[in-house]
Write a protein that binds this ligand. Sequence first.
Ligand code: NIG
Ligand code: FE
Length: 444
Amino acid sequence: MVTEPTPDPFESPSKITPDLIVGNIGELLVCPSTTHGGLGLIPNGVVAVSNGIVVWVGPAPAASRSLSAGPKTRMFNAEGKVVMPGLVECHTHLAFGGGRAHEFQARVAGWSYAEIAAGGGGIMSTMRMTRSASREQLMLATRRRLDVMLDYGITTAETKSGYGLTTVDELRLLDIYRELDRLHEVDILPTFMGAHTIPLEHRSNPEFYVSLVVEEMLPQVAERNLARYCDVFCEPDIFDLNQSRRVLEEARRLGMQLLIHADQLQHAGGAELAAELGVLGASHLDHVDEDGITALTEAGVVAQLLPGATFFLGHTDYAPARRLLERGVRVALSTDFNPGTCYTENLWLIATIASCNMHMDITEVVRAITCEAATSLGISGRAGTLQAGAQADLLVLDTDDHMDIPYHFGINPVRVVMKKGAVVRDRRKQIRHQMSPGAGRRWA
Ligand code: NIG
Ligand code: FE
């Protein structure tokens, strides 16, 4: 006979017994995915996790009424620090061979990005180094970049192909992403970007290359289910509006979600095309105008702003973030990690660049690297937030004041990274050693 357990008269029957309770949180930033959710700041907060999913968040006094620790419940002490969702990186170009430090020096000496590209450098030089790299070399380089990202608290990353530019080479890059998604803690969301540039061998006949992308590459990518999204570098001298539309419409027909690089180097109607096609996210937008902003607002396209690229290119025309926000466009931020226009994995640094040069406030920048980045990838509520139902990807920061996030810049503020409720990075000892006030004297 099965005996029912006797209910404890003092325990509410609706109490949750989670696998993990993260407590002693000085400031908990939930980053709710709703449009006007703000930071969802809870002082003295608690997060409860079961099976890698957040099951409860709230203030400590309410936690004792809602949660009960069972024999298998692990307790994690956040030591009074800030806890927030793992960062969502919504726009990167991770798999490539070689580097372009020499081009950086040419830019330092006064050459422009466009001049370097016209001379066979830029995307072309990375394409050559990528094609000649072995799979192992590319795997290793990409894996290292993911390691650095995870050190910085990035737990989900979108990443694009686009340095292969033949069917075989593009498939090879996407296949590397598939394998790394299996091997690495960071969740990888792959994007096919065969329309990154027209390779030199097709410059005399760009339409031929567009047909290759549409008729040969896209069907094979779709058949092997290698990409969740398709992106196009829409610029007048790269892929014009009609070519971009052709690629993106075919990608949609094959079941991919759409992204676009729009109005980065000049204003050319990229935002209007993004709206017409109803893409998830439009990137860059440094030169979007008022009509473009209206189109994005009406279509509900998320702006993925990449001020690190503007900064690293030495440009001053940052995207009009304030105008976009005033008009109700949701704004995400990303590094645009790539070897040419923004070679950094540090998304926190981008938050500071956005604060200083685009006047985004603390709530806007923190949301932009968490819940809004998730919205721009169509994974709202699942990543970039700590509301119940989200994956338990969370960060403990090395501060008890969230206002430090964009203020203390160029550093790594992360103490602990948890992925699906498991600690995957623990920098506490390292940080204690560096920060301990007695450390200097001990060695004197
Ligand atoms: O996002 N815009 C297109 N692609 C990159 C640049 C790539 C490169 O220079 O290698 C970007 O800025
Ligand atoms: Fe990009």
